[in-house]
Design a protein around this ligand. Structure first.
Ligand SMILES: O=C(O)CCC(=O)C(=O)O
Ligand SMILES: [Fe+2]
Length: 510
């Protein structure tokens, strides 16, 4: 077993004593990990799923969810960059688990994993499958979740091949249950879309090793093609010459503790005891630039890979985008369609604030948040402008043939999916600011059915948002509308706030 250089541990904070703003300022914006305690009281999963002695209540899973078909990773077998996956029912998995010897024949940190391969149930879309069984409530720190809110009403990726009935890739959310016996583990990785994740231990104990993004390049080979799979293995100095430079954060996560894993941090995880955990991936305005930068990197790689057939391909861009969607889970078009909807929904919310009684006095943090969101999208949209995929020539081609249909503002305003997304966003920012507006639904439906009434949308409601510059223009309209409301009320627009600008600068998004 190789030894890792440990540079420190992960801060541990009582979540009950932490305000939302403190969480944003101390961890989400600076992209730093933290372990939060005291946030899992009253979770049904913490009682139903755990025996009085603190072990996984395996018979409960067989009896109540036994028929579910789940993905199980064979921790002893590597397949490409992950562990080999198989499918089985929960009942079969529990039978396997109950049949394991009491003390496992391997140890997490050094045993011969291949001689006794352990099975780890992963990525179980539990909430999606059992929406009525409320095992837990997402702690407020993690509810500003654009990824899962969007997937609740929209497809992430649409294409001619995947149109029609919802398929797994499209309708899957990113809310998972993980469970596995002592010794099961997850290889080194950074999360999907470079999203944030939070992971809550319902029972058991996990060992985490986390690497700051500033050191990510050290885990790659010379060609930046392959990355280290298992940090506890004797990592080859020839293949990965910089790995020895890595300095890790180490964390032992106990039962009832939640770890926040920031964007782009490589991490490896091992269950030190029989463990059940709940895990969400998510992104929002604070890490949207991470998602975009990953897409751009993966796109450039996809393009380079097929460069030699560019001349003989009549839709080279389309091919690159199809490969990007297949490898990364979304392409530029999917990303653009998504951020357009968030822009419109957030702009409407900002506009609607003028209907709130004393809104400017009461909800300046809601203002700040909505404006911040728009500025973060605007910064990303400016970066989108510079890619060939959105130039005139490519826009005419077929990779964007759905774009026109998907981009008409008035049509978007009337989409039931869009209305659902808008309402869920409103609830989120209402909850975050502890002022959910009860009659928002009525107002929302009234304004959506007549986009013309929405002052700032007047110029845009008849137009299409096809290109990043259209999106920038829409945001500028929304901001101008907002400033005029601020002026009318004799208030400083939060967009002028130096605070807001300095944090965006810190995030490198303006
Ligand atoms: O618990 C595990 O095995 C992996 C969890 C993980 O990778 C995450 O929460 O991002
Ligand atoms: Fe992860």
């Amino acid at each position: 077993m190789g030894s890792l250089r440990i540079g420190g541990s992960v801060e541990r904070v009582d979540g009950r004593a932490l305000s939302y703003d403190d969480f944003v300022e101390r961890y989400m914006k600076p992209n730093l990990p933290v372990v939060l305690t005291g946030l899992m009281d009253g979770w049904k999963g913490c009682t139903d799923w755990v025996t009085p002695g603190g072990f996984p209540n395996l018979p409960f899973f067989s009896s109540n969810f036994g028929q579910s078909i789940v993905q199980v990773a064979d921790c002893g077998t590597k397949e490409f960059t992950d562990q080999k996956r198989i499918e089985m029912t929960v009942k079969e998995y529990i039978q396997y688990w109950l049949g394991l010897p009491d003390e496992n024949c391997i140890s997490c940190l050094g045993g011969d994993k291949n001689s006794c391969s352990l099975l780890y149930l992963k990525d179980w879309h539990f909430v999606k499958e059992y929406p009525e069984y409320v095992a837990y409530t997402t702690p407020p720190f993690f509810i500003d979740d654009w990824l899962n809110q969007y997937l609740d009403s929209h497809f992430m990726h649409r294409s001619s091949e995947t149109d029609g009935p919802k398929n797994d890739v499209n309708c899957a959310d990113y809310k998972f249950v993980y469970m596995g016996p002592k010794g099961t583990w997850t290889p080194l990785h950074a999360d999907v879309f470079r999203s944030y994740s939070w992971s809550a231990n319902v029972c058991g104990k996990k060992l985490w090793h986390l690497l700051p993004p500033s050191q990510s390049h050290f885990v790659f080979d010379r060609n930046f093609k392959k990355s280290v799979y298992d940090v506890y293995d004797n990592v080859s100095d020839v293949l990965f010459p910089d790995f020895k430079k890595t300095i890790w954060l180490e964390c032992i996560q106990e039962r009832n503790e939640i770890i926040f894993v920031p964007s782009g941090w490589y991490h490896q995880v091992c269950n030190l005891e029989d463990t059940i955990s709940i895990n969400h991936n998510w992104f929002n305005s604070h890490n949207l630039a991470w998602v975009w930068n990953l897409l751009l990197k993966d796109y450039n790689e996809a393009k380079e890979y097929i460069e030699d057939i560019r001349e003989i391909s009549d839709d080279f861009e389309g091919l690159c985008q199809r490969n990007l969607a297949a490898n990364t889970g979304m392409n530029f078009y999917d990303f653009f369609v998504m951020i357009t909807r968030f822009t419109i929904a957030i702009s409407i919310q900002l506009h609607c604030l003028k209907y709130e009684k004393n809104a400017f006095a009461k909800s300046s943090s809601k203002h700040q948040q909505l404006v911040y969101n728009l500025l973060a999208i605007r910064a990303v949209a400016l970066s989108l402008k510079s890619v060939d995929a959105f130039d005139k020539e490519n826009l005419k081609r077929c990779w964007v043939k759905n774009l026109l249909a998907d981009s008409h503002v008035r049509t978007i305003l009337l989409e039931p999916e869009f209305i659902k997304l808008s309402m869920s966003l409103n609830q989120t920012y209402g909850m975050v600011n502890e002022m959910v507006e009860q009659d928002y639904k009525t107002k929302m439906e009234a304004s959506c059915s007549d986009g013309e009434k929405m002052g700032f949308l007047q110029d845009c409601s008849g137009s299409n948002i096809c290109r990043p510059e259209d999106l920038v223009k829409l945001i500028d309209h929304a901001m101008a509308d907002h400033s005029s409301i601020c002026n009318a009320c004799n208030l400083n627009s939060p967009s002028d706030s130096s605070d807001l600008r300095s944090s965006l600068l810190k995030m490198h998004i303006i």
